[in-house]
Design a protein around this ligand. Structure first.
Ligand SMILES: Nc1ncnc2c1ncn2[C@@H]1O[C@H](COP(=O)(O)OP(=O)(O)OP(=O)(O)O)[C@@H](O)[C@H]1O
Ligand SMILES: [Mg+2]
Length: 308
């Protein structure tokens, strides 16, 4: 769906994107994370054929960037950071204008479909200048989808939205994914990336890491379970430390934080041992690092690499 090989973009002396290599699969939600100025929007603009790369190659929906830009623009939808709408036109007129530009077959039907899907049908004949930020954002998302592109670029789709509007947009992204479309989105909302994305790419000029949220956590921290006990006794500690598959065991109050590779197989043995040693197990859960922790570790790693 998207194949990028050594793509770079330079603005004067400023190397905004440095040798990006990346594959995004069909039907996947791919979240692009990185600090301000990391090159996320620049990447999206190159991939949507809005600006030309300085070097490297990329294919989007099997069309090559810089060679087949017309077909790329036709086959993608894009929500930009500051989507311009015609403020004096109403919602229907705004969408109809784009639908005609994109040679959509049944303009009236498509416009109605997306206005209804995004909850704007009731406000369809009001001038967009009077819309709230969230309503404008939803309208811009509708506009990106009118021509039913298989691939959608969303640059910070929920930035500046209130929690309810953000949830509507997130749910909508989920629905668009269910339809089998591919979504490439930039976001600063780590929780959103964690919930929506199949894979996450962290960029800071250079791509630092790409993987599923679960694998990112695992590769950084391994897996750890937390065993809550009525009391942690010496006998329990010894029983746990005697297990060959334990990489670490730390006591925090009445819990033991235990490092192991495969909780699915090893937890039953762990619990058996604790019980045999007289421990009263109340519950066991996996320690889950927040994506925020993962993100900061990766960004720091990226910084160190640059410094070297
Ligand atoms: N049109 C342009 N002319 C000159 N420099 C630009 C232009 N567009 C982007 N840049 C520079 O490229 C770098 C990457 O910017 P970009 O907008 O891609 O970052 P971003 O990751 O989207 O950041 P943010 O999270 O703030 O949106 C920045 O240093 C920016 O100043
Ligand atoms: Mg940006």
């Amino acid at each position: 769906m998207i194949r990028v090989e050594g793509l770079s973009k330079r603005f004067g002396d400023n190397l905004a994107v440095d040798e990006l290599t990346l594959h995004v699969r069909r039907g996947e939600v791919f979240a692009f994370l990185g600090p301000n100025g990391a090159g996320k929007t620049t990447t999206v603009r190159m991939l949507a054929a809005l600006i030309a790369p300085t070097s490297g190659r990329a294919w989007v929906n099997d069309h090559e960037v810089s060679r087949d830009d017309m077909n790329i623009r036709r086959s993608v939808g894009i929500l930009t950071e500051a989507p311009g709408l015609y403020e004096r036109l109403d919602a229907v007129q705004n969408l109809a204008l784009y639908a005609k530009l994109y040679e959509v077959d049944d303009v009236a039907r498509q416009v109605e479909r997306y206005l209804r899907l995004l909850g704007l049908w009731g406000r369809r004949d009001e001038a967009v200048g009077g819309f709230s930020k969230g309503m404008k954002q939803k309208l811009a998302i509708a506009r990106a989808l009118l021509h039913e592109p298989p691939l959608l670029f969303l640059d910070e789709p929920t930035a500046a939205l209130d929690p309810e509007a953000a949830r509507t947009v997130r749910d909508f992204i989920g629905e668009v994914k269910e339809e089998g479309r591919t979504i490439f989105m930039c976001t600063h909302n780590l929780d959103e990336a964690d919930r929506l994305a199949d894979r996450i790419g962290v960029i800071r000029q250079r791509l630092i890491q790409v993987d599923s949220p679960a694998n990112l956590r695992r590769s950084l921290y391994g897996r750890r379970v937390v065993v809550h006990l009525a009391a942690v006794t010496e006998a329990v500690r010894q029983a746990v430390n005697g297990l060959p598959f334990i990489s670490e065991c730390e006591q925090v109050d009445n819990t033991l934080v235990v490092g192991l590779d495969s909780p699915e197989e090893q937890n039953p043995v762990l619990v058996q041992r604790i019980v045999a040693a007289g421990g009263a197990v109340q519950f066991v859960n996996e320690l889950r690092h927040s994506l925020e922790e993962v993100y900061f570790s990766l960004i720091q790693e990226g910084e160190q690499e640059v410094a070297q």
